[in-house]
Write a protein that binds this ligand. Structure first.
Ligand SMILES: Nc1ncnc2c1ncn2[C@@H]1O[C@H](COP(=O)(O)OP(=O)(O)OP(=O)(O)O)[C@@H](O)[C@H]1O
Length: 713
């Protein structure tokens, strides 16, 4: 984008500043705004805002030793449109788990009990209903900031919206996140130096606020940002909330300025609620509980210090050595341990009017059955998604040295070695074995080398414990699985053709295999098909394994077995029939590739016999009696089988992703439930009504509420 355009967009953003309203769409034509809004708002009848409530939410995890642990206990709260809710708490207090639980993204070993309602209904908030900015920045390292955001925009905005408008939206989001200076810098990966950590954080946020989702979760959006950027980003998020969006973010160490931007504060300690209510009332709450914020201390620092017991031991040691410092202190925390302070605060909150009001409000909101939301996902057509994904994937592969370029170099080096070892193999008696072993090496080992591209692919795709690009984009509903599978297949094709045709040609002409164009074409096509099968097989594996190391081990094992039954190491008729011959050799692409290549190479050639006085040996004879191959079958059938294997593996890949997304969570949930039942079930920490009414302050509050005619649930 030209500088003048950027300045213009910046000015428009600036003009919208009184409310800081980032949902103003600078540069967007009225038509486009209507198209976009129509899709987002009027497709859903009525009120489209997101009212989220959670009641008695408990999350239990199963640890590796089989023990269970409560990560969250009996949390109750709500988030309404137009509000910015901040989750705070010490490290390990359960902020991310709460966000994961609310957004339907809990880990496989976690079990949830309690009720989460969106607009009064149970809803799955993953795959597009809500947007989630995760704690880790999972971005494609080879793309620039502008490319990253603009591909994301094109993947999700309606096809009908003109590109100029999409670009205006991209540019306004870049400006809104203060990314103008690094807009044309690559994100960065293992071999490309890219933007800073703070800039990556802002790109991750930009990708989700781009679509102005109705419900937005952010896990530590300001971590790694300097104080000015943290303030700027929080202000943008609050402005987004003010536009009727519901924003919930976990925030570490907010400055007092940032803290003032919060509408609601949810303070956790050890997975329990220490405070939930208006952020502006927290100061008073802590004072009433006996922990007033000392003068000159940032309130949020004070709250966090009150609820972090990790350093009690350090504090008691310091107390001994720095007696004077503690004796003169007016800080109540210097007089008791933080563990005691937390207990007091938890009890205080449980019987506080804030807790009562929260439960009352949750009941009130939950009763209203609002509209079913589906606003965060892609509005682009399937074809547009597939096209953009293909383009993005192709650019990524072409810029990432590790994806295909490195493999191209290795393939050329290895095929040059094959070429020199089998150089001009000829038709002598010994060449029969040489041709057989050459084909076996090419279709066995050379195709096997394709698993080298696996790590790059898995990085892109997933690893179930860390959400990589695919997982992040899928969970946020950026595109469909079919579009991803198709685009992945198409974008890799040019590279695979280049690698196999180049290395296949070197090998074919150096070894001087069967002369003739169609023989040559069959050889390279067969090599291309075999390498693509390996790639497809590895993708299917990638969709189920947790990490690339496991993927490589499983992939190598499967290929080793396929090679064994290919008919080279043991002749086809001699392979034991149950399991190994049927079905293993039939599902081994090596078997078909080798049969095809033997026919391609030997049929029509005449070989010398052991001694010149013996008759020459026709290739057909060798095929039939040495390699045990039916000479009447067309080699093109072998090639067709390999090509159909590519399609089958891609279908398996698609099915595995769908199973992972749709079936696995259900099965895990079922197993977790059973496990919990066996371990006497999840503890429900619902507050008993008599505990609520024991608090004098609460009794006063309730009686005031009743006098004012506020209905109690
Ligand atoms: N799936 C899980 N399996 C085992 N333990 C878990 C799981 N999820 C969370 N925990 C544990 O629960 C606790 C809370 O984790 P969580 O990530 O929610 O904390 P947090 O407040 O977000 O921390 P931080 O601020 O450091 O990110 C931690 O001790 C963590 O190890």
């Amino acid at each position: 984008m030209r500088n003048s355009e950027a300045t213009h967009v910046a000015m428009e953003i600036e003009a919208s500043k009184p409310t800081g309203n980032v949902t103003t769409l600078p540069g967007l034509s009225p038509l486009s705004e209507t198209i976009w809004r129509e899709k987002t708002d009027t497709e859903i009848i009525g009120d489209v805002s997101a009212r989220l409530t959670w009641k008695d939410l408990t999350v239990m995890v199963t640890l590796s030793n089989g023990e269970t642990q409560n990560v969250l206990e009996g949390l109750t709260g709500y988030a309404e449109p137009g509000t910015f809710t901040a989750l705070m708490g010490p490290s390990g207090s359960g902020k991310s788990t709460l966000l994961d639980a609310l957004s339907s993204r809990l880990a496989a070993n976690a079990f949830l009990s309690g009720t989460i309602l969106l607009n009064g209904r149970k809803a799955k908030l993953s795959f597009g209903t809500a947007a989630y900015v995760t704690q880790d920045d999972n971005l494609i390292g080879t793309l620039t900031v502008r490319e990253t955001i603009s591909y994301s925009a094109r993947l999700r905005l309606p096809d009908k919206m003109p590109w100029s408008d999409k670009r205006a939206l991209v540019e306004s989001t870049i400006v809104a996140m203060g990314l103008q200076d690094c807009a044309d810098t690559v994100i960065g990966n293992w071999h490309l130096r890219g933007i800073s950590g703070g800039e990556k954080r802002r790109v991750s946020i930009a990708l989700e606020i781009l679509m102005r989702p109705r419900l937005l979760f952010l896990d530590e959006p300001t971590s790694g940002l300097d104080s000015a950027s943290a303030f700027f980003v929080t202000q943008t998020l609050r402005a987004l909330a003010r536009d009727g969006r519901t924003v919930i973010a976990s925030i570490h160490q907010p400055s007092s300025e940032v803290f003032e931007l919060f509408d609601q504060l949810y303070l956790l300690s050890g997975g329990k609620t220490v405070y939930f209510g208006q952020a502006s009332e927290a100061y008073e709450f802590f004072a009433q509980a006996g922990f007033p914020c000392p003068a000159l201390r940032n309130p949020s620092d004070h709250f966090l210090r009150c609820v972090n017991s990790d350093f009690d031991k350090v504090k008691s040691t310091l107390k001994g050595s720095m007696k004077l410092r503690f004796e003169g202190s007016d800080d109540p925390l210097d007089k008791i341990t933080t563990a005691e302070a937390i207990r007091t605060l938890l009890d205080f909150y449980r019987t506080s009017q804030q807790s009562y009001a929260a439960r009352q409000k949750v009941d009130e909101i939950s009763k209203v059955k609002g509209t079913v939301l589906d606003a965060g996902g892609s509005q682009a057509s399937f074809f547009m998604q597939s096209y953009i994904l293909t383009k993005r994937s192709f650019i990524n592969m072409s810029r990432d040295f590790g994806y295909y370029w490195l493999r191209l170099v290795i393939y050329i080096v290895v095929t040059l070695c094959i070429g020199t070892i089998y150089l001009n193999v000829g038709t002598g008696y010994n060449s029969i074995l040489a041709r057989g072993s050459c084909a076996s090496f090419v279709f066995g080992f050379v195709t096997f080398m394709s698993i080298g591209g696996f790590p790059s692919f898995v990085e892109d795709m997933k690893a179930s414990f860390v959400p990589y690009v695919f997982q992040r984009e899928r969970l946020n509903g950026h595109y469909g699985v079919l579009g991803f599978v198709i685009s992945n297949t198409i974008s890799a094709t040019p590279f695979l053709i280049l690698i196999t045709f180049l290395s296949g040609t070197i090998c074919y002409f150096m070894v001087r295999l069967h002369p003739g164009f169609w023989h040559y074409l069959f050889f390279v096509l067969c090599l291309y098909a075999s390498v693509t099968v390996v790639e497809s097989l590895m993708m299917a594996i990638a969709s189920v394994v947790p990490n690339f190391l496991m993927g490589i081990i499983i992939g190598a094992g499967i290929q080793g077995i396929f090679m064994l039954v290919s008919g080279y190491f043991r002749l086809p008729h001699d392979i034991p029939k149950p399991v190994w011959r049927y079905p293993m050799s039939y599902i081994s692409f090596h078997f078909w590739a080798l049969q095809g290549q033997y026919q391609n190479d030997l049929k029509g050639l005449i070989f010398d016999n052991q001694t010149p006085d013996l008759p020459k040996i026709p290739g057909e004879y060798i095929l039939e009696y040495v390699f045990q191959i039916d000479v009447n079958r067309s080699k093109w059938i072998d090639l067709s089988v390999i090509l159909s294997m590519i399609i089958i593996y891609r279908i398996i890949f698609f099915i595995m992703i769908k199973i992972n997304e749709d079936v696995t969570p259900w099965v895990r949930g079922y197993l977790a439930r059973r496990r919990m039942q066996q371990k006497s079930g999840a503890q429900n920490t619902t507050i008993a009504p008599d505990v609520l009414t024991q608090s004098p302050s609460l009794r006063t509050y309730i009686s005031n509420q009743t006098k004012n005619g506020t209905s109690r649930s």
